[in-house]
Design a protein around this ligand. Structure first.
Ligand code: ADP
Ligand code: ADP
Length: 239
């Protein structure tokens, strides 16, 4: 049984840009997949199509048996809570605290406002605290996000995704803005989440060496086409 099935996925921006050209692949539950390719290859577009942050031009995406490509409204929002999203630039609300940002994940990114803590009961807050501690931010729970380092901000991003209890994490260049030390912490954290919680991980990376070190499987994309799909050890320089 596949968790994710992508069939002939095509995405155009306007008339000129064919960002993805009939991409097909399947992902099994629990896989850790790196998507690699040069800048502009279509990696980010691919992840955004998978959880329908953007509309698909043609083809189909099935997630856990549901045809994501045809979902609308409430059904689409419900579906998105099963897929956590992590971004290069973190996409946090900087003036809010760590725990406020993490609880914000439970709302499915609907609006941002102060007073968010009041919306949650003690049990929900304790669960958020537990997740924040699990990503190593136990000392920063009530700190504003604009006081954190890049690596710490990305850990908030991961905690915010985890609070939704997703089946899959989509990580769009999660370490592209980080120094090597923070990058290692973030990649190790993603790998632990994958191994300990069984959450499927798809991660866009432009650093091939990192992909080779962490992923079970690598998907290579070039100019919107899938050019490689397999064991990281089988990648050659030509790809
Ligand atoms: P990558 O993540 O591999 O760097 P992207 O998915 O960001 O690649 O981009 C793939 C192609 O689609 C590029 O040619 C890019 O310029 C184009 N593109 C991405 N987003 C948009 C957009 N919102 N509007 C128009 N073109 C876009
Ligand atoms: P990243 O470096 O995080 O991949 P980009 O700089 O490629 O981000 O893109 C940032 C934003 O600009 C994205 O929302 C993307 O959709 C949009 N974008 C990228 N390329 C184009 C383009 N050619 N035309 C319009 N929007 C674009």
């Amino acid at each position: 049984m596949h968790l994710l099935q992508v069939d002939a996925l095509t995405k155009r921006y306007g008339h000129e840009t064919l960002a993805l050209n009939e991409i097909s692949f399947d992902v099994r539950p629990g896989e850790f997949v790196a998507i690699i390719g040069p800048s502009g290859a279509g990696k980010s577009t691919l992840l955004r199509c998978l959880n329908r942050l953007i509309d698909i031009s043609s083809g189909q995406v099935h997630f856990d048996g549901v045809n994501v490509s045809s979902l609308r409204g409430t059904a689409l929002r419900r579906q998105r809570t099963q897929i956590g999203m992590i971004f290069q630039h973190y996409n946090l609300v900087n003036r809010l605290s760590v725990i406020e940002n993490v609880l914000h994940g439970r709302l499915g990114y609907k609006g941002t406002f102060e007073g968010i803590l009041g919306l949650y009961n003690e049990q929900e807050k304790q669960e958020a605290v537990r997740i924040i501690e699990s990503v190593g931010l136990g000392e920063q729970i009530y700190k504003r996000c604009d006081q954190l380092s890049g690596g710490q901000k990305q850990r908030v991003g991961i905690a915010r995704a985890l609070v939704q209890q997703p089946k899959m994490l989509l990580c769009d260049e999660p370490i592209a803005s980080l120094d090597p030390n923070s990058s290692k912490i973030i990649m190790d954290t993603l790998r632990e989440i994958n191994q300990n919680l069984g959450i499927t991980v798809l991660v866009n990376l432009h650093q091939v060496d990192v992909a080779l070190r962490y992923a079970d499987r690598v998907i290579g994309i070039k100019r919107g086409q899938l050019v490689f799909d397999g064991d990281p050890n089988l990648i050659t320089d030509q790809q």
